[in-house]
Design a protein around this ligand. Sequence first.
Ligand SMILES: [Zn+2]
Ligand SMILES: [Zn+2]
Length: 266
Amino acid sequence: MKLNFCSLSSGSSGNCYYLGNEFHGILIDAGISATSIRRFLKNMDISMQTIMGVLITHNHIDHIRGLELLTRKNTLPAFTTHKIWKSILTPKKNISPDSIREIPLMQKFHLAGFDIEAFPVCHDAPETIGFHICAGGKKITIATDLGHICQTAAPYIKAANFLVIESNYDEQMLVNGKYPHFLKARIQSDHGHLGNHQTSAFLAENISDNLSIICLAHLSKNNNTPAIVLQTLQRTLSEKGIILNGQQRISILNRNIPTEIINLID
Ligand SMILES: [Zn+2]
Ligand SMILES: [Zn+2]
């Protein structure tokens, strides 16, 4: 069996992730243009016809930029909660009514060979969710916008074999940077984003041998760099005396360039 993951784009400018087996695929968020999504998939030899749906985490533009065109041109079903749909479906958004699928919180549903569960996270949108997806005996958790790791989200993050988790900003860069005070406070709040030290500390506390791949995601353009993210995690793990086993990998997701396809089943 094949189980492939690819990040098409990750960060405050746009998020879109692909997960697929040999038959079908799904997208998580559509935060880049529909044209870019189609082009990136084509470059990886993935046919748009095999995409069975898009899961939406919340209504911020870096997660729904391409949603309107994707649903209209490709009649792609889109899945999110009632509350998030209410926040997306403003008079300006022309989402095809045929595409709207409501999903419950913390209850499994099945789509194209994937068992999917949405869980709530703390973020400054009307509602924000992460996804826990089981397929091919693997557990995948995607949590990209969260101010802190609350008690409802933590079990889904700890259970993952493959984890995509936010590491948005370097605390020093944010504090010393040019953002206005209100924006710094918003980002650092419990409903903002996860900083590198927050994510690293949680991982150092909770990492187990079951977690084989950690993808650090949703990096800020102005307040972070891939090198700092990696250094922070490596330093935090080594301070705790944690040495990764030979099967475990850390990957930093690019902001604008798709990653290689990552095969989750050896
Ligand atoms: Zn975001
Ligand atoms: Zn957001």
